[in-house]
Design a protein around this ligand. Structure first.
Ligand SMILES: [Zn+2]
Length: 239
């Protein structure tokens, strides 16, 4: 909340409570009160539709003395009452928020993290609605649209990430064929624990607890000996 929001809020409270009118009696008093409140309430929004929050409604609630709370009989509303009223809204917002996949380049961890935290902060201050979906729901993020324009890809970012190994592999295959070299995926991988089939990408080595080599994660590059095997196969055909 900014000073102008706080001023409006205090004006409203003053219509309900003569004690508030007294702490706003002179210009100096009013300015000091607004300053103090604005400082205390800097992190909470005046209105956050996504959270169903309206600070003036919270003021009215305080004086309605719902739920048996009689504080209003003994003292005028204070910033702490607004903080307390906002807390469940914030908790509810963050509960509903699941971090959406940032549109930043995943190869740039600083930008990725900054966007993730920025999105969270925007939700926490009521500036944006919580994202309950991890996939693209409606229109692409503006930053993403810009990137899409340069890349020219309609693939959602999540799918794009899953496709990275295949895309790198495809580029590698195309480059090899274009250079007149053997396509490494035209042969199965000869590496013992990889044994990727024809046309399938190579895999990373993984060790099970009992020391057996297994693998299931795709490598972005083929094993060098597979390149050799492909070259040998190509030369065998040519010979
Ligand atoms: Zn392999």
């Amino acid at each position: 909340m900014e000073a102008r929001h706080v001023a409006a809020l205090l004006n409203f409270a003053a219509t309900l409570d003569s004690r508030v009118r007294r702490i706003m009696a002179t210009n100096e008093q009013a300015a000091a009160t607004i300053r103090a409140w604005a400082q205390a309430l800097a992190d909470i929004p005046a209105v956050a539709e996504a959270a169903g929050w309206d600070a003036s409604r919270a003021v009215r609630r305080y004086y309605e003395q719902r739920n048996g709370d009689r504080s209003a009989q003994f003292r005028a509303i204070e910033p702490a009452d607004l903080l307390a009223a906002w807390a469940p809204h914030l908790a509810e917002l963050m509960n509903r928020h699941s971090d959406p996949l940032p549109s930043a380049d995943p190869d740039n961890p600083a930008a990725w993290r900054a966007e993730l935290l920025g999105t969270r902060a925007a939700v926490a201050t009521g500036n944006s609605a919580p994202s309950t979906h991890r996939q693209l729901s409606s229109a692409p993020h503006p930053a993403l649209e810009a990137r899409l324009a340069t890349i020219g890809s309609p693939i959602p970012p999540e799918a794009r990430q899953m496709l990275i190994p295949f895309r790198r592999m495809k580029a590698q295959r195309e480059a090899a064929v274009a250079a007149g070299q053997a396509d490494p995926l035209s042969v199965p991988c000869p590496v013992d624990w990889c044994r990727a089939e024809k046309g399938k990408p190579c895999r990373y080595r993984r060790m099970t607890p009992d020391g057996v080599a297994t693998s299931n994660a795709r490598r972005q590059k083929v094993h060098p000996s597979r390149v050799d095997a492909a070259r040998a196969a190509l030369e065998g055909v040519a010979a």
